[in-house]
Design a protein around this ligand. Structure first.
Ligand SMILES: CC(C)(COP(=O)([O-])OP(=O)([O-])OC[C@H]1O[C@@H](n2cnc3c(N)ncnc32)[C@H](O)[C@@H]1OP(=O)([O-])[O-])[C@@H](O)C(=O)NCCC(=O)NCCSC(=O)C[C@@](C)(O)CC(=O)[O-]
Length: 302
């Protein structure tokens, strides 16, 4: 398989990146982050989630954030919707894409969305149907495709099983997520290959957390299989509230540096992206968790 000469990145920083922050991040800051990401050339941004504010308080301002964004033509804004209640709320804010989020691990499904895998599919089915009827695209996030914080290693067959269930209810494309960042290249490739038994390569994206420093290697391994859609988080923000100890997604800056270094186009201006990462990191009172950003910031400082 040839490596694609073009890669599409979905920055999930405003959602996956910020959902785990303990102190509330004001809606204006989230909106400004989205504006900076789109100005840097991101064409897909995962903005927020319509989940229970009791479960994830940081995303309680979903409506304020979504309605406060000055949308840029050509940019796709996606949001997470776990059930019809979330979808109905999201619909008012007109996302371009909704994301239902399932898990290859039963235990993680219970901890994250309070139901079994089978029950999650029953909940997602009417959401998918309603979204497609409203002309909204549907993505499915598949958590724990290589490892689970509660069950340990996850076999590729379980990924194929989940992918098949999502395909069966009409989910158009899926993310192969290494939620806790335990994956290494061959394991990640097996999870992707399992997904490819139900989805075409153009419908599969990689979503790698960087807990063990493997996310860039895993990105390269996915590229080698022909994957050309990836999720990443500006400044390496994030973590999942139901995956203790897991760190953020791979930093978008690091992925862009890797891709541009390989001659792969992303449409992203790395300098502007770094500034977006500095903006949100300054607000959070820390340095961007990106090796490329740190190196280039030091270089700028001379
Ligand atoms: C899914 C539920 C809602 C089920 O939660 P539940 O308690 O089973 O739901 P319920 O239907 O019994 O409702 C309980 C209460 O929640 C309310 N409720 C019910 N649904 C909604 C909604 N959509 N929006 C707002 N409120 C809602 C509902 O109205 C009710 O309110 P009450 O009567 O108690 O006041 C809950 O478990 C939840 O919100 N979980 C949040 C999970 C989450 O956001 N996790 C993080 C994102 S996933 C992730 O990060 C992984 C990913 C995608 O990045 C990929 C990867 O790396 O793996």
């Amino acid at each position: 398989m040839t490596i694609s000469s073009l890669v599409k990145l979905i920055d999930v920083g405003p959602r996956d990146g910020l959902q785990n922050e303990k102190s509330p991040v004001p809606a204006e800051v989230k909106i400004e982050l989205v504006h900076r990401l789109q100005a840097a050339g991101l064409q897909e941004i995962e903005v927020t989630s319509y989940v229970s504010p009791k479960w994830v308080p940081q995303m309680a301002d979903n409506h304020v954030v979504m309605s406060g964004i000055q949308r840029k033509a050509g940019v796709r804004y996606s949001v997470l919707t776990p059930n019809l209640k979330g979808f109905e709320a999201a619909l008012l804010d007109q996302p371009d894409e909704i994301v239902v989020f399932g898990s290859a691990s039963e235990a993680f499904s219970q901890k994250n969305i309070n139901c079994s895998i089978a029950e999650s599919i029953e909940r997602f089915a009417p959401v998918v149907e309603a979204a497609l009827a409203a002309g909204i695209a549907v993505r499915g996030a598949m958590s724990c495709t290589v490892g689970c914080p509660y069950e340990g290693e996850i076999a590729p067959e379980r990924v194929a099983y989940l992918a098949g269930l999502l395909k069966g209810i009409g989910v158009q494309r899926v993310d192969v997520a290494d939620t806790i960042g335990v994956g290494t290249p061959r394991k990640v490739q097996r999870a992707i290959e399992a997904t490819l038994t139900h989805y075409a390569i153009d419908e599969v994206s990689g979503h790698f957390h960087d807990t063990y420093g493997q996310a860039l290697a895993n990105t390269l391994a996915a590229l080698e299989l022909g994957v050309w859609n990836f999720q990443s988080s500006v400044a390496g923000l994030g973590g999942c509230p139901y995956a203790k100890g897991a760190t953020g997604n791979v930093a978008t800056e690091d992925v862009v540096y890797l891709l541009h270094g390989m001659g792969i186009e992303t449409g992203i201006d790395l300098d502007k992206l770094i500034d977006a990462g500095v903006f949100i990191s300054d607000f959070l009172g820390r340095k961007p968790n990106s090796r490329a950003a740190t190196a280039l910031i030091n270089k700028r400082a001379g």
